[in-house]
Design a binder for this molecule. Structure first.
Ligand code: BG6
Length: 360
């Protein structure tokens, strides 16, 4: 599954692989058991870049940049015990997104055990990508009782040379009775961000002239985290019975619970985190929609597997196919891809920096 290893750090990993062989060990990918007892694949890239993928859910739970900084949110209260889905990372919603159907919320792919696929059909590959793993999910007898369709869901998770994370899903209809099937889908991506709330600041400035003291009071609203690319888009508001609205703001900022499905969203969306001086670029293919979700304080408290204050430092931006389900005839295959990159950014929003304003 991986090409020959470079010298150095890779040699150590190769030596470890030789010491305790497993079907997956290489310099770039290793199957390990987590403290919870669940198995995960660790992909290693240049310097400290690293990705972790649980076989349970086929779920990425960690993506670290070359400084070893975690880029995805994983709740400190996440439960690593089936049938609960893991709270954070990138759960896969299939064959149903949310409550758009009769299945359990977000479908069952996120709480099934996937297996490593050592011989997947070829994908167009970037030969520079050495660290990747292929997983596959097929329905069990029990799954067929709740969703009576035979399918093969192949997932490739890859860590690129510059630290980009990509997930490629290929879903094939393997029904033998001639029936098509339809599904909705999302990469439910939880990003780790600095405080998402709009902070309001009040400044008092004092001026004294000819014995008079004058006080000036000014309010400034600062948003450290904003999403760009979805302005002017139509969306279905899950908080208002899926009613359709048009986004009005310049960019999306956060001051309360948000649960929106943006329709026909662009193929690139940016999450700009001023505090961390970082921009996430989300690139999506085959997935027309994008869900934006933050539970805010009340829902956070109501979730057993989510810390009360954790909503402040997470944001879900989820490339998805929700409004128009995807239909596959027997033998047909669909492909949907997500590529995440994290790039350094400086203060660039149009918002006012109160200190600069005050200091003239
Ligand atoms: C989002 C949905 O994608 O996932 C929300 O839009 C939902 O409505 C959220 O609350 C979390 O879902 P769950 O099932 O993981 O708690």
């Amino acid at each position: 599954m991986a090409a020959p290893a470079p010298a150095g750090a890779a040699a150590a990993a190769a030596a470890a692989a030789a010491a305790s062989p497993s079907p997956l060990q290489s310099a770039f990918a290793e199957l390990v058991k987590s403290p919870s007892g669940l198995e995960k694949v660790v992909l290693r890239g240049a310097r400290n870049c690293c990705v972790e993928v649980y076989l349970y859910g086929g779920q990425v739970t960690s993506w670290k940049n070359d400084n070893g900084e975690e880029l995805l949110f994983l709740s400190s209260k996440a439960i690593f015990k089936p049938p609960k889905a893991i709270r954070g990372g990138i759960p896969i919603c299939f064959p149903q997104f949310g409550t758009h159907g009769n299945l359990e919320q977000h479908g069952f792919a996120r709480n099934r055990f996937w297996v490593i696929d050592n011989d997947p059909p070829p994908l167009p590959v970037n030969s520079a990508i050495k660290a990747f793993v292929d997983l596959i999910l097929r329905p069990s007898e029990e799954d067929l009782k709740i969703w009576p369709h035979s399918f093969e869901f192949r997932l490739r998770v890859a860590l690129g040379p510059s630290g980009d994370l990509s997930l490629t899903s290929r879903i094939r209809n393997t029904n033998t009775d001639g029936r098509p099937f339809s599904y909705t889908f999302a990469y439910h991506t939880y990003f780790s961000v600095s405080d998402i709330r709009i902070l309001s600041w009040m400044f008092l400035s004092k001026t004294a002239c000819s014995g008079c003291l004058s006080l000036t009071c000014a309010y400034y609203f600062i948003s450290e985290v904003r999403v760009e690319g979805l302005e002017t888009m139509d969306y279905l508001d899950n908080l208002k019975a899926k009613e359709r609205f048009t986004e009005q703001g310049d960019a999306i900022v956060f001051e309360s619970e948000v649960d929106k499905v943006y329709l026909a969203a662009p193929s690139k969306i940016a999450i700009i985190d001023h505090e961390k001086k970082k921009t996430f670029v989300v690139t999506k293919e085959g997935l027309p929609d994008a869900v934006v979700w933050n539970p805010w304080d009340k829902k956070a408290k109501a979730m057993q597997d989510f810390g009360d204050a954790e909503y402040k430092n997470m944001l879900c931006v989820e490339p998805a196919a929700v409004e128009k389900p995807i239909t596959l005839k027997p033998g047909e295959e669909w492909k949907g891809r997500l590529v995440l990159s994290a790039v350094p950014s400086s203060y660039c929003s149009g918002q006012l920096d109160p200190l600069k304003v005050l200091q003239g």
